[in-house]
Design a protein around this ligand. Structure first.
Ligand code: ZN
Length: 497
């Protein structure tokens, strides 16, 4: 994870990704694979589980729909020329009015009706699909997951939480990330580097499939012009790297000119007419779930239109649903009167309440959570200890403040609705300079459909080696005052090594 802050580059413990390849304009070369914690087999099986969950949570048109059939035909043309590992690609259409398309790890792609309506030509629609395929080819989702769990980003907290909740310690398993769409598929959020890579490979795929490769940047340009960066859902996962048109056009200019590339087809016009007539749902309506009773949508890939059961099928999913609905803990379960036990980590030690559970991440990160204080949706109660190393060592109070601000900012970026609240305070933790700041957000707990507010305390401690350890104390707002003395005791026990 790299972020630039006050002109300073921050590199959190391990850099897993190289930068963008920006060789001379030749056909885009797929960069060396990122460090990936998942085997292709895992990516397929776990990706298929996610896909199964999409069918339960979104109105997916059955394959019998002519719109689905059309999208599958376009998909087939693209897959025929898609390089790399032969993922079991499959294509589906979601009756959503949002302009979006997404591909899950393992190769299931979902194109929203809204995206078909927004495309002006078949090459534009194929363009966004080729872009999505390219993310699958380069395994960007599982690279993101690997990065998230190594960096110990906020997104990975849910993962740690899930591992603790499920007691399997399986941080490496996709399934432990929590499958609920409500919690967001944060691994689909692409960096600008990944976006550029997907644009360039996508343009090549489009070209090889016989399409006018300009369709790809055109699609993004068109919807950006019409709806703005904030107006189309696709931009939240696929941010514009800034000069998309320029670099894609440069890539295209490097390809031998073809005489009659496909710009659009009569089949596209027919499919778009049908898309315009197709009933679609807003995100709210999808969540409300009334569409499930309509019997118009498929429950499984390739399955018929069917009434979708409200309670989902497998026992595994039921467990996950239960886990996702973590409840507020009683005062007794918080462990505030427990004796503390000593944890000796790789680079630090800390004491935590005896009844709490611990979950260890990669790179020495650790989460401590009360029994039932975490679920698939994330950690509702507890403390997470992480390390961060910055390009310039943290040497003084000013550096530490900047580092703390950057960490807080990263937390807000990775967590919808999380904001810094209050001022940063300077302090010391066992003689080491430290800074604290509070954040507010939405707790994974919910009561009656509304999220409980969350209050977090971020404590950053400067290490003698110029790196920073930070502790995030997490609590639902109503329990914060009760937990605060315990948090203070834990903080007081923290020692860097
Ligand atoms: Zn993208």
């Amino acid at each position: 994870m790299e972020l630039t802050y006050f002109g300073k580059k921050i590199v959190v413990f391990v850099l897993l990704l190289g930068g963008t390849t920006s060789a001379a304009w030749a056909r885009f070369k797929i960069p060396p694979p990122c460090k990936n914690a998942f085997s292709t087999q895992q990516e397929e099986t776990e990706g298929a589980k996610y896909a199964g969950e999409i069918f339960k949570q979104m109105p997916v048109l059955p394959d019998s729909s002519p719109i689905s059939q059309y999208v599958q035909q376009v998909g087939k043309k693209l897959v025929a020329v898609t390089p790399g590992y032969r993922w079991p690609y499959n294509f589906h259409v979601v009756a959503s009015d949002e302009i979006n398309a997404f591909a899950l790890p393992g190769g299931a792609m979902f194109v929203n009706v809204g995206a078909i309506r927004a495309a002006e030509t078949e090459s534009q629609l194929a363009g966004v699909m080729a872009h999505e395929l390219s993310h699958v080819v380069m395994r960007h989702s599982t690279c993101n997951m690997t990065k998230q769990q190594s960096v110990g980003t906020w997104a990975a907290l849910g993962q740690l939480g899930a591992a603790i909740a499920l007691g399997n310690g399986a941080l490496g398993s996709l399934a432990s990330q929590g499958i609920g769409i409500a919690t967001g598929l944060s691994f689909l959020r692409m960096s600008r580097d990944y976006e550029k890579q997907a644009d360039l490979l996508g343009a090549d795929i489009l070209y090889d499939a016989g399409y006018d490769p300009r369709g790809l940047p055109q699609f993004f340009e068109t919807i950006e012009a019409k709806y703005g960066q904030g107006g189309a859902q696709i931009f939240s996962d696929h941010p514009n790297p800034g000069n998309r048109m320029e670099y894609v056009n440069a890539e295209i200019a490097s390809l031998p000119r073809k005489s009659n590339p496909t710009v659009t087809t009569a089949a596209f016009t027919r499919a778009r007419d049908l898309a315009n007539k197709e009933k679609t749902y807003t995100s709210k309506e999808m969540e409300a779930g009334a569409w499930k009773k309509s019997g118009k949508y498929a429950l499984v890939a390739g399955g018929p239109a069917t009434v979708i059961p409200e309670t989902t099928g497998s026992s595994q999913t039921q467990n996950q649903t239960q886990a996702a609905g973590a409840a507020r803990l009683s005062r007794a379960s918080l462990g505030i009167d427990d004796p503390l036990v000593f944890y000796n980590g790789q680079a630090f030690s800390i004491s935590y309440p005896k009844s709490w559970r611990k979950g260890e991440g990669q790179n020495g990160s650790v989460a401590f959570v009360p029994q039932d204080g975490a679920s698939q949706a994330g950690i509702a109660y507890g403390a997470i200890v992480e390390g961060a190393r910055f390009q310039a060592p943290v040497k003084n109070a000013n550096d530490l403040q900047q580092a703390t601000t950057a960490i807080a900012r990263q937390m807000s970026q990775q967590n919808d609705g999380m904001t810094v609240s209050g001022n940063m305070q300077s302090t010391t933790v066992n003689g080491r300079p430290a800074a604290t700041v509070e954040l507010r957000g939405r707790s994974p707990l919910s009561s009656g459909g509304t999220a409980t507010p969350e209050r977090d305390l971020l404590v950053a401690i400067s290490r003698p080696d110029g790196a920073v350890n930070y502790i995030i104390f997490v609590s639902p707002e109503p329990d914060y005052a009760t937990l605060k003395p315990l948090f203070a005791r834990m903080m007081g026990s923290f020692r860097v090594r």
